[in-house]
Structures are given as structure tokens and as C-alpha cells.
Design a protein around this ligand. Structure first.
Ligand SMILES: Nc1ncnc2c1ncn2[C@@H]1O[C@H](COP(=O)(O)OP(=O)(O)OP(=O)(O)O)[C@@H](O)[C@H]1O
Ligand SMILES: [Mg+2]
Length: 440
């Protein structure tokens, strides 16, 4: 696959690798927002180096393994010779921790194994998705990283921008060392978008589509490629003229959702809240949306803007917003308790439910919360669905109980249960129409 706008970074990596045989080891953290091409850069570089005969050990950390102590080290040493793997095994067995840290003796023993490995020939170690690494492996890697200045090892780490603390330990812990570099990746520039499209499509078409593609993606390469695929799929449809302008369709929607699921949970929660509300909550004026765990809304918004998904707190393209809402809807379908509202009752009992609310004097917000509670949703689920905090849900419910003179949610009147939640300013029922209107 062609890599656009990464020549400078590849040249720097190659330059650093050339120092290894001369005892000038290095550490490089390839960092950046979601889906801007950290993995692609790391793979391209490591593949080329391994192809040129450099000894290479590599591992990526799947999110599911993040809590397995020393899981990352184990994966890395899969590619090492048995005696070395056995030495690491022996070092980490019965590990004790002091102040929550793997003790120095163990970290030192693990580092020694890698340094010994590099005695015979230079060693390139590549670890992707280090933000998912278990803390034990991370501590050992950090210890090794600090010792590489006069070694024959180059360590390259792929690290997504996140708000977690293990993450900042990695970056801050390495910054003071001269042999440690950071390569910051961001989305592609306007020219980069043209170049990427021109690689996939006819260059004239690429030039024509590029401004729209840049506006819709902010240069996020995953999304730009999706737009090229959408255009090709449409151009390939039997009996149709190739479309003149940008096509924003299924591939784009899929990749937007793919991007979302690469994010840390708090950023995912914010991305969903922005889709429902239409824009990011303004700090200070509104409470943080549920699921963001109090993490600064502004910091999370910046992460999403950095990836090209959002621009000034809003989705760059309505189809992206619709895709996120569609994903929320399918999540509702996968968890039946979330969609009781749409399937349990087909009776149109609007008159009766409006009468109940009016008679009881419920506000619109109280009605929405009360209706979801009557349908069996927990406070947390209601908060997630309406993008408000759990404490706001509790306050509304207290008012609902008082006004309807009931003590618990099981006593809420049946008529309330018939109500479909009407929270989002952008109704989910509008998603198919939005897709139809914006996808051509
Ligand atoms: N420089 C590039 N030129 C062309 N396409 C690219 C480039 N970088 C990335 N891509 C495309 O974007 C996709 C996403 O890239 P990649 O998975 O490397 O992102 P990432 O930064 O590692 O994401 P994550 O934060 O989830 O780890 C790739 O599969 C590739 O199709
Ligand atoms: Mg990656």
C-alpha cells in the first residue's frame, strides 16, 4: 500500500536505525490521534528493515489482553530464541511489586535479556498500540528504553493519543532522554488528500473530489480511502455514468464507526453525545455527558478534532453523524432492554399519554426520563441514551415520582411506558432519510 506524506518520517526512522550497529540505539514513539496511520508507518518501516536482514521482534497489543500481566512481553518474546524467552519467564515468575511497580531487579533482568539478544546483531523492536499494554510490560519496556542510548537496539512504539495516566507515563518518562524521539502524526494535508485519491482514482477525478473529501474527513487517511472506495463502487454500478462529484456512502459510514471503536471509552462516549446533540457540550455551561467519566470534555473534543472526525465541535459531515447514530441504534438492537420502546407497544396511545403528562404537570425532560424509566431502563442507561448525567436523571425521576405520586419506577403508569423517548435534537428515525439525502 502506498503511504502518502510519510517520507520524512520514514527517512528519520531509517537514519536512526543506521546508528544501531555503531552502539547508538534509539527509542521512537510514533504518536497521534486515532486512525492517522501510526500502524501503517510502523509496519512499513519494520517490514522494510526486516526485509533488509535486520533482526526484528514485534508485537501489537489487542485491547482484550490489556489486563494480562506481562502479556505484551510474552508476545514479543514469541519471536525470540527459546533460551532468551525462558530467561524472561524466570525473571517475571513470582514478581513482587514495590509501590505498585515491578521491582527494579525484575525490570533490570528483563532489559538484560534484550541487551544480550542484541550482542550478536542489532535488534529492532516494534510494539504497536502500546496504549493497550499491560502495566507490568510497560514498566519493563520503559526501563529498557532508558538504557538504549549506547546499545544496538532500536525500539519503535505506536501510541494513540489518549487521556489515560499510563499513557502520559510513557511519554513523560521518555522525553528527557536524548536518544528518545517522538514522531507526531496527524491527518493528511489538502495535497496529501489529492495524492492519496490520485493513487486510487483517475488523477482528474482525484483533483475534482479532493476539496470535498478534505472537508468531509479533515485528511483522515482511513476516511479518505473510504471515499475513494465509495466513488469506485458507485462508478462500477452497472448501467450508470460514473458520478461527477463525491459519493459519501456505506464505506465511509463503516469506517467512521470503525474509527469510533478504536477510541478510548470516554472519547467514544463523547463522540456519541456529539452525534445525538449535534455539537460538543460547551465546557462550564453544561455537565459532561454520561460515560465521559468526568474527563475534560474539551480534551476529548480536541482528540476527536485532531483525528479529523470533528471540526469545531461538530461532525464534519452529516453522514458521519448519521453513521454514529446508526451504530447507537444497532447497539440498542443488540441489547434488547434498550429498544423496548420501539418493539413492545404498537398501540398509538398518544392522547392518553399526553393527558397523563399534562395532568401531572411533567416537563418535557421529566416526561422523557419517566417514560424510559417506566420501560425498565436503569438510570445509567437513561443517562447514556439522553446524553445527560446520572445525577440529572435522578433529579428528574424524583420530580416524576412526586408529581405522579408514586414511590418507585414499577409503579409508573402504563401510559408513560407507551412513550418513545424524544430526547435527541436529531431524531434517530431520521437517520435513513439523512443518509439518502447526503450520500449522493
Ligand atoms: N500515510 C498514509 N497514506 C495512505 N493511507 C494511509 C496512510 N496512513 C494510513 N492510511 C490508511 O489509513 C488506515 C488507518 O491507519 P492506521 O490503522 O495505521 O491508523 P492508526 O493511527 O494506527 O490508528 P489507531 O489509532 O487505531 O491505532 C490504514 O489502514 C490505511 O488504509
Ligand atoms: Mg494503529
Amino acid at each position: 500500500m502506498v503511504l502518502v506524506e510519510r517520507d520524512r518520517q520514514l527517512a528519520l526512522l531509517s537514519h536512526l536505525l543506521r546508528g544501531c550497529p555503531h552502539d547508538a540505539g534509539s527509542v521512537v514513539v510514533v504518536s497521534g490521534p486515532v486512525a492517522v496511520g501510526k500502524t501503517e508507518l510502523l509496519h512499513t518501516f519494520c517490514e522494510k528493515a526486516a526485509g533488509a536482514g535486520i533482526r526484528f521482534l514485534g508485537a501489537a497489543v489487542p485491547p482484550a489482553r490489556r489486563h494480562q500481566p506481562f502479556g505484551l512481553l510474552g508476545r514479543l518474546l514469541n519471536g525470540a530464541r527459546t533460551p532468551y524467552a525462558q530467561r524472561v519467564d524466570a525473571a517475571v515468575t513470582d514478581t513482587r511489586r514495590t509501590d505498585g511497580r515491578v521491582e527494579l531487579l525484575v525490570r533490570e533482568a528483563v532489559a538484560r535479556v534484550f541487551l544480550d539478544l542484541s550482542a550478536a546483531e542489532p535488534l529492532l523492536i516494534g510494539v504497536d498500540d502500546v496504549h493497550h499494554a499491560d502495566t507490568e510490560s510497560l514498566q519493563c519496556l520503559l526501563h529498557l528504553a532508558r538504557r538504549l542510548e549506547r546499545s544496538r537496539i532500536m525500539l519503535v512504539l505506536g501510541d494513540q493519543d489518549r487521556t489515560g495516566s499510563a499513557h502520559s507515563e510513557l511519554r513523560n518518562g521518555l522525553t528527557p532522554h536524548v536518544h528518545c524521539r517522538q514522531i507526531r502524526l496527524g491527518p493528511l494535508s489538502r495535497d496529501g488528500v489529492v495524492a492519496l485519491l490520485a493513487h486510487e482514482l483517475d488523477p482528474r477525478v482525484a483533483h475534482r473530489l479532493a476539496p470535498g473529501a478534505f472537508a468531509a474527513t479533515g485528511g483522515n487517511p482511513l476516511l479518505v480511502r473510504a471515499l475513494a472506495e465509495d466513488w469506485q463502487a458507485s462508478a462500477g454500478s452497472a448501467g450508470r455514468e460514473p458520478p461527477f462529484s463525491l459519493v459519501v456512502a456505506d464505506r465511509f459510514a463503516e469506517r467512521v464507526v470503525n474509527c469510533l471503536h478504536r477510541l478510548e471509552p470516554e472519547a467514544l462516549a463523547l463522540a456519541r453525545a456529539v452525534a445525538v446533540r449535534g455539537e460538543a457540550p460547551r465546557t462550564g455551561r453544561e455537565a459532561a455527558p454520561a460515560g465521559t467519566g468526568g474527563t475534560g470534555t474539551r480534551a476529548l473534543t480536541r482528540l476527536l478534532e485532531g483525528s479529523g472526525l470533528l471540526h469545531q465541535g461538530r461532525y464534519r459531515h452529516q453522514a458521519a453523524r448519521a453513521a454514529v447514530l446508526g451504530d447507537l441504534d444497532s447497539r440498542d438492537r443488540a441489547e434488547p432492554h434498550r429498544h423496548t420502546a420501539r418493539t413492545a407497544h404498537t398501540v398509538d396511545d398518544g392522547t392518553r399519554r399526553r393527558a397523563t403528562s399534562r395532568a401531572a404537570g411533567l416537563s418535557a425532560a421529566e416526561h422523557r426520563v419517566g417514560s424510559l424509566a417506566a420501560q425498565g431502563h436503569s438510570n445509567r442507561q437513561i443517562a447514556e441514551r439522553l446524553c445527560i448525567t446520572v445525577s440529572t436523571v435522578e433529579q428528574h425521576l424524583t420530580q416524576v415520582y412526586r408529581k405522579l405520586q408514586v414511590k418507585r419506577r414499577t409503579d409508573l403508569p402504563v401510559s408513560l411506558r407507551l412513550e418513545e423517548a424524544r430526547g435527541p435534537a436529531f431524531p434517530r428515525s431520521a437517520v435513513p432519510q439523512v443518509r439518502q439525502t447526503v450520500c449522493r
